[in-house]
Design a binder for this molecule. Structure first.
Ligand code: PLP
Length: 412
């Protein structure tokens, strides 16, 4: 079956979409971010680690709703109580008791944090964190790593056009470059409100980079000297490294931590947490959103946290991820291809070092999609608790034939 036939419903829907929605599908879900014509654009359902597209094709999924589905799609341990709450009422005039219960739960669980506020998307939480650091310090400059993604707000988004001076006080440095970071702290002495970092570097399109053991001690000492705040943006890695926050895993000590994605296994909720000393600054901000207190995602978060704790989810995902990485490496080598598998085992990404333009990635991921495995060509992948040994074995088996296609394509 040709790609056009396989993805016909997706493509027809997309043609309708472009007439009424700018770009058809925008942002990271747009066809241009995968391999246009060779990937599905619309999905209808998911169960465990498998998703079904609008044409009825099924895939073993390694994107997990961009990381959110940490327990797998349709997990009844989370969904059943969420549906019960939905029937009782999701958005009531004021928060329901679970608002307090979830904040209490997170304060006990996440290392060093003494309070929590809730929002919907990660971008809400990172933007609040930056605003709060400006309020607390009375300074306005923000430092972030080049290529890091902290959301779609103007101060940090990838938009190239001028955005109302929002970027004038945001300065970037190459991730892990200690001299460049020291130089920025020197250049803007007495002006830096915060540094925002992801627990490790997971830029789009390239290999992922883990921090050197000297990185966090340096960040923390520079922040202390300058009275600047250290924000850990844990939205993507969250709970795949540690139940106590990725900063616990890397022995780092941020003042503010942002979470989202996997906190409620796909339900829309994000959280900003902070150390007890910052509660005063947090209390002085007007923090609100019509849907920010809706209770269904909070009920989902409570049950997701409970399941993650009881099932030793991190350990399972990392084992499955290691198996996937090793299997892909051997399957590539069997075809004489070199691959680089970077990042933590539960959040891997694969590149072909001989092909920095990612053409090999595109041929490989399109070949995998044709065989029923969804591996993003440009964005890191995610394992979930629902991925089991048989799913990884099936993936590796299909990778063998897909690597053969890559080889054939580039030896023409
Ligand atoms: C590290 C990080 N921060 C912030 C965000 C923004 O989250 P959201 O898309 O929920 O606004 C993302 C989303 O991918 C992310 O990966």
């Amino acid at each position: 079956m040709s790609a056009n036939e396989k993805y016909k419903t997706s493509q027809d829907l997309f043609e309708r979409a472009v007439k009424v929605i700018p770009g058809g599908i925008y942002g990271s879900k747009s066809p241009g971010f995968t391999v246009p014509g060779e990937f599905p654009y619309f999905f209808t359902e998911g169960e465990g680690c498998r998703v079904k597209d609008a044409d009825g094709n099924s895939y073993i999924d390694y994107l997990c709703g961009f990381g959110s589905m940490i327990l797998g799609f349709g997990n009844s341990v989370v969904d059943d109580p969420a549906v019960v709450q939905l029937r009782k009422g999701d958005l009531l005039n004021c928060p329901s008791p679970v608002f307090v219960e979830l904040a209490e739960r997170l304060c006990k669980l996440i290392d060093g944090m003494g309070w929590s506020v809730f929002a919907k998307n990660g971008s809400d939480a990172t933007t609040l964190a930056v605003t709060m650091s400006r309020v607390h310090t009375g300074k306005r400059r923000v430092l972030m790593a080049k290529g890091a993604y902290h959301g779609s707000a103007n101060w940090c988004s990838a938009n190239e056009y001028p955005v109302l001076d929002d970027r004038d006080y945001v300065h970037t440095f190459p991730y892990g470059d200690e001299e460049a970071l020291k130089e920025l702290f020197d250049r803007y002495r007495d002006e830096i409100a915060c540094i925002i970092l992801t627990p490790y570097h997971h830029p789009t399109y390239t290999d992922q980079v883990l921090p050197q053991h000297t990185w966090y001690p340096l960040v923390e000492s520079l922040c202390e000297k300058e009275h600047a705040l250290f924000i850990m943006d844990d939205i993507r890695a969250n709970f795949r490294l540690s139940l106590h926050g990725s900063h616990h895993y890397f022995n780092a000590h941020p003042h503010l931590v942002t979470m989202g994605k996997s906190l409620a296994n796909g339900y829309p909720i994000a959280a900003l947490m902070g150390t007890p000393e910052l509660k005063k600054a947090a209390s002085s901000l007007f923090i609100t959103g019509t849907f920010w207190t809706s209770s269904v995602p909070m009920v989902a978060a409570m049950h997701c946290l409970k399941a993650m704790e009881e099932w030793d989810v991190q350990n399972h995902m990392n084992q499955m991820g290691k198996m996937l990485k090793d299997g892909l490496k051997s399957a590539a080598e069997a075809e004489g291809l070199k691959v680089n598998l970077s990042g933590p085992d539960a959040i891997p990404f694969m590149t072909f070092p001989d092909d920095p333009n990612l053409y090999h990635n595109q041929i490989f991921s399109a070949a995998m999609a044709r065989r029923g495995v969804y591996l993003h060509p440009h964005h890191n992948w995610f394992l979930s608790y629902a991925h089991k040994t048989e799913d990884i074995e099936e993936t590796i088996d299909k990778a063998g034939d897909s690597f053969k296609e890559v080889k054939r394509h580039f030896s023409k």
